[in-house]
Every structure is written in structure tokens, then in C-alpha cells.
Design a protein around this ligand. Sequence first.
Ligand code: SOE
Length: 386
Amino acid sequence: MKKLNVGLIGYKFMGRAHSNAWIKAPLFFDTPSKPILKVACGRHEESLKEFAQKWGWEETEVDWKKLITRQDIDIIDIALPQHLHYEIAIAAAKEGKHIFCEKPMAMNLKQAEEMLKVCEDNKVTHYLNHNYRRVPAIALAKNIIESGHLGTIFHWRGAYLQDWIVDPEFPLTWQLQKETAQAGPQWDLNSHSVDLAQYLIGDIKSVSCLTSNFIKERPLAVESSSGNLSAEAKEGERGEVTVEDAALMMVEFENGAIGSFEASRFATGRRNHNTFEIYGSKGSLIFDLENMNELLFYSNEDPQGMQGFRKILATDATHPYVKNWWPAGHTIGYEHTFIHAVVDFLDAIAENKTIEPNFKDGIKTLQVLEAGLLSAQTGQRVNLKK
Ligand code: SOE
């Protein structure tokens, strides 16, 4: 079987999720090639080496520029915060590497457009990891909508709620600073929801948005501890929070549907509550990541008196991605979405075809997110430029 050498940059939360996916994909699926965990790259040599040894990366490298120019590397996996995507993606594409990139795609639309152009000019495969598209229940939702079971869609109602910074003493990590994150949950969480909404319903054409910042100052974070959603605070020193803590958007879709998006890191008790509801003329769907193997489906074509939301357990071999896993009812989890992404990415490289979401989709998402921030600043509804 053909082997493809992977260079992973970043080795925290996403680095672990991606490493697991590179390992498991060829074990459970008939992938056209075998990814080799060749080089793990990161800034802190000691912890990087520990990580590489644990996950089976053959080598380590502290300079991403050296990694990217290596002739033996086929794929660059960018598992880093968004402020580092642009420079690395551009350099990797120029070296002809295929790119597997974490979301949100970039700091702004301008960077994203350039990233796409360089990938297209160099004919490399580019994938943007909005992993939730590859939850089997969500891929099933797409099939149900495409086969017309919801009829005309009227409403999208999305909410992505977390609570990891409710404590005012939670330190000022990179996610809470504009220079490294660009925005707060508008980028981190609404990027996922907007990606799903445009995938499932269609393009968004206008946006109204309200943002809020509840805690203005926080203790600085100990640098080496700030890559995860938990972090250690430095004694005494404090800094300003420069991104929003919550973002609420209302949108119009091109096809006439309207939608709402709630994204917050201040929803006390909600650890990673990612939900959507879609209402159409013939039926409706409800998804909740906390019950990610299930999809609720209502059809008004069911007989009178027997109508109601039915719970589809998306674990049958007929459901997307499931046949390579366990017998029906033996559920799967968050990490599987990354494995599915790797499987599709390897297929796309082998067949020289595009995979979605890619940098084009990332641009469409950023258009909505940027319009949202502009709307929040000006208090005006913003129409997207087409
Ligand atoms: C942190 O808020 C985070 O890890 C996001 O960055 C991910 O994309 C999301 O899937 C879970 O929450």
C-alpha cells in the first residue's frame, strides 16, 4: 500500500485528536494509502518529545520551516491556533504539501482568500477540519434534507454553548486575545455552527449580530499551560480580555430561510453543548452533540395520530461512516469524527478530487463571521458581498 508521510504541527488538544485519527483511519477503513506518523513539530522540545514517543511519531522538529521543506513529507497537518494557520498553510502549499488544517481557518477573510489561492495555484488538497460534518447523525441529516423529507426549510436554530471561562480567575489564554484568536466564540464556536448551517441549508446572505464581554480583565496565563481549555494563572499579573465572551447572530439564507446562532463561553453548566434544530414544511430535525449518535426526525407525512419526533439511532451499517465500526447500537464518539475526516482526506488525495469542507468553504464561513463582528460594532444588519 502507498505510504504518505505526515508532518503534524501542534501537539495539544487537536494534536492528540489528529494523531489518533492518523493511527486509526487505516485500521478501521480501507484507505487508499497508509499515513505514516513521520514528524511531530512544536516549540517546547521536552514536552514535544514526550508526546511523540507516546503517540508513535518517528521524529520531532522544533522549527516548522524545516519540516515544511523536507522532501519526504507529503501532508502537513496544522493543529494550531488560528493566528498561525496563514503563514504555515501558504508555505506548505508552495512546497506542494497537502494540507489538513484546523478551524477556524484564519484570522480574517483576506488571509483565507490568499490561502485558497496558493493551494489552488499549487494544486494541493486542502481540508478544513469542521469535524462535526462527519458525525454520522449529521451526515444523515444532510441525506434526509437532500432527499426532500423536510420540504421547504423555514428555520435554522443553532446554539453552541460552553462554560469554561465563567470563573473570572480563569487566566487570559490565547483564546481570549485578539492578536491570537481574532474573536471569541464567534470564531471558535459559531464557525462550526455556520459551517453546518451552510452545509445543511444553504448560503447565508445577511447577518445581524450582538456580542458581549462579561469579564474585562483576567490573570495572565502561564505560557506553557495555555494551549488547552484548562490553564494555570500567573501570580499577580493581569491583562485585558480583547475578544467577546458571547455572540448572538440572526441571519437570512439565500433560499428564504431564517436562522439564529447562539455562541457563548458563559453558559454555566454547558460544557460543550452543540445543538441545532431545522424546521421545514414537511418535517424537522434536531441534533444535540451530547447525544451525538441520535437524530430526532419529525415528519408530517406520518399518519395522523402517530406523528411525533422519532429518535433515529444513527449506528446502523446503512448510516454514513458506520459500517466500518461496531455492530448496530454500539455507539461511537467525538474522536471518530476526526478519523472519518482523515479517511475522506486520504481518498481525496488518491483520487485527486476535492474534499469538503475545504478552504473555499472556510472563506464562506469567515464572510459570515466577519459580517457578524461588523454588525455587532455598527449596530446595523450587514449584507454579504457576493
Ligand atoms: C474549544 O472551545 C473547542 O475545543 C473548539 O475549539 C472546538 O473546535 C470544539 O469542537 C470544541 O470546543
